[in-house]
Design a protein around this ligand. Structure first.
Ligand code: ATP
Ligand code: LTN
Length: 339
């Protein structure tokens, strides 16, 4: 008789950041810093999603450099490259293959409702390409390839994750239980860090430079950008995203970085002026980023090491992906080969 072995498989986490620019404080608070919290309990894959990045025109030499830079940011943020599978999406062709298949299980109507597609096509009217439109099917492939249980992301990606779940369920309804249906993992505070210049919009690395804090910005640049951050004219430090989006954003940044509640931070600063609030944010951001920046510099001075990590991990990711992919190929009816 077969005895049931207790399952020791760790649950799987997958997330990705685009190498479309140097990562921002929004990427850090909304996603990156949560990655580290999951590394012991889960099998984690953290991907440099370069195939997603080319949905917007990129300069090849810069993109190449940014892929290494982002891998170094992952490691510099504290992720252990031996425990976590840190790799480049384009090094694992299974992403592209599953993405094609999932495109055939995704409706035009669903894709046209995606707010990221609407935003990006408004921003890049000269290049509304098919990849930009089907971007969520590639994201679904990233996640579903590894039977992911949990996806740490910022609030702006909720809609894409919902679609991923729908695609997984749709595929499972037709073909049986092929994909794990993933859940999102969102931080309590800071899952949507806003632009410093237009605090009604999310901070984004492909917007103009003075709207975001770049994780590698030197202290004087951070100080200058926060000093120029848009607030309001009533002078009161109070959390009210509707009427005081700028001030509320600054309060959330401190709360998120210090793992404290907004109420706590507001109480600490109440009665003070915006100058004091901005100094407080600046110190907190500089202090958080300093160790990351020091480590990042060291890593970037050793490119062969970074390449070796990416090569090794792409191989691990490919092995894991091939399990799902062979099942999917069989289920959709592709003829066997190589037997
Ligand atoms: P791009 O401007 O090129 O679209 P982006 O800066 O918006 O890029 P991505 O690389 O697409 O960011 O996102 C990586 C992760 O960071 C995602 O999980 C996303 O939800 C999160 N993220 C991005 N911007 C913010 C933000 N302003 N606040 C919180 N999380 C964010
Ligand atoms: N679509 C995301 C980046 C991304 C991602 C993923 C996030 C691509 N693939 C898989 C989580 C899981 C974005 O634009 N921020």
């Amino acid at each position: 008789m077969e005895t049931a072995t207790p399952t020791t498989r760790k649950k799987t986490v997958f997330s990705g950041i685009q190498p479309s620019g140097t990562s921002t404080l929004g990427n850090y608070i909304g996603a990156l810093r949560n990655f580290k919290l999951l590394e012991d309990e889960f099998q984690c894959l953290y991907c440099v999603v370069d195939m997603h990045a080319i949905t917007v025109r990129q300069e090849a030499s810069k993109l190449r450099q940014r892929c290494l830079e982002l891998a170094a940011i992952y490691i510099a943020s504290g992720l252990d490259p031996k425990k976590n599978i840190i790799y480049c999406q384009s090094h694992v062709p299974a992403h592209a293959e599953l993405s094609w298949i999932l495109n055939c299980y995704t409706y035009m109507g669903e894709l046209s409702r995606m707010t990221q597609f609407k935003d990006k096509s408004a921003k890049h009217q000269d290049n509304i390409n098919a990849g930009l439109f089907t971007y969520p099917a590639l994201m679904a492939a990233d996640i579903l390839l590894f039977q992911t249980d949990l996806v740490p992301i910022g609030a702006d990606q909720k809609q894409h994750l919902e679609l991923t779940r729908d695609i997984a369920q749709r595929f499972n309804n037709v073909h049986g239980n092929v994909f794990t249906v993933p859940e999102g993992y969102f931080g309590k505070v800071g899952s949507r860090v806003m632009s410093l210049q237009e605090p009604e919009r999310k901070m984004s690395k492909s917007d103009p430079e003075d709207t975001f804090i770049n994780l590698l910005d030197p202290p004087d640049v951070i100080r200058r950008k926060i000093k120029r951050a848009v607030t309001d004219s009533d002078g009161e430090i109070r959390f009210d995203t509707e009427n005081k989006p700028g001030v509320s954003n600054l309060l959330s940044i401190i709360a998120a970085l210090e793992y404290r509640s907004i109420e706590d931070i507001t109480a600490e600063l109440s009665g003070k002026g915006y100058g004091a609030l901005k100094d407080r944010v600046t110190d907190c951001v500089i202090q958080t980023l300093e160790p990351l920046q020091t480590e990042h510099k060291k890593l970037m001075a050793d490119k062969p090491y970074l390449h070796s990590i990416l090569d090794e991990n792409a191989e691990k990711a490919s092995m894991l992906a091939s399990r799902t992919l062979s099942k999917v190929r069989r289920k959709v009816g592709f003829a066997e080969h190589g037997k």
